[in-house]
Design a protein around this ligand. Structure first.
Ligand code: FEO
Length: 137
């Protein structure tokens, strides 16, 4: 589901590592949702979702501080995307996950996987040369 490729690299090690960690947490969530043993996994699913949300908040904050410190001109537009993503993940309906765990969780995983992939490949990639040119790798 979440698969790292070289073209996700922004050539800044700590950011690449954080993106890989986001993928790892996303995959852990996918694995829980994919278990087909009929056992109620509501608590486990929510715990994995919260881990993903909390790590995304941590990563976005780190990235934003880095952009701000280096006067990156696209900072506000970039931050707006982060805020919108967090708002969406926070608004996930816990009740609907409880009622239909597999479908609600899969819908969310697909949304998160697509969002992260598009965001890294397009928006994060836009700061790559700017920050690399400032000596940040
Ligand atoms: Fe790596 Fe803008 O999130």
């Amino acid at each position: 589901m979440f698969k790292w490729r070289e073209d996700f690299s922004v050539n800044i090690k700590i950011i690449d590592d954080q993106h890989k960690e986001l993928f790892r947490i996303g995959n852990a969530l996918y694995d829980i949702v994919s278990i087909k043993d009929g056992i109620d996994r509501y608590d486990e699913i929510l715990e994995a979702l919260y881990s993903l949300r909390d790590y995304a908040i941590y990563h976005f904050d780190y990235e934003e501080q880095m952009m701000k410190k280096n006067d990156y001109p696209g900072y506000f537009e970039h931050k707006k995307q982060h805020d919108e993503f967090i708002r969406k993940v926070k608004s996930m309906d816990e009740e609907s996950i409880d009622k239909d765990q597999i479908k609600a969780s899969m819908d969310l995983i697909i949304f998160v996987a697509n969002w992260i992939e598009n965001h890294i490949l397009k928006t994060d990639m836009e700061y790559k040369d700017y920050l690399n040119n400032k000596g940040i790798f």
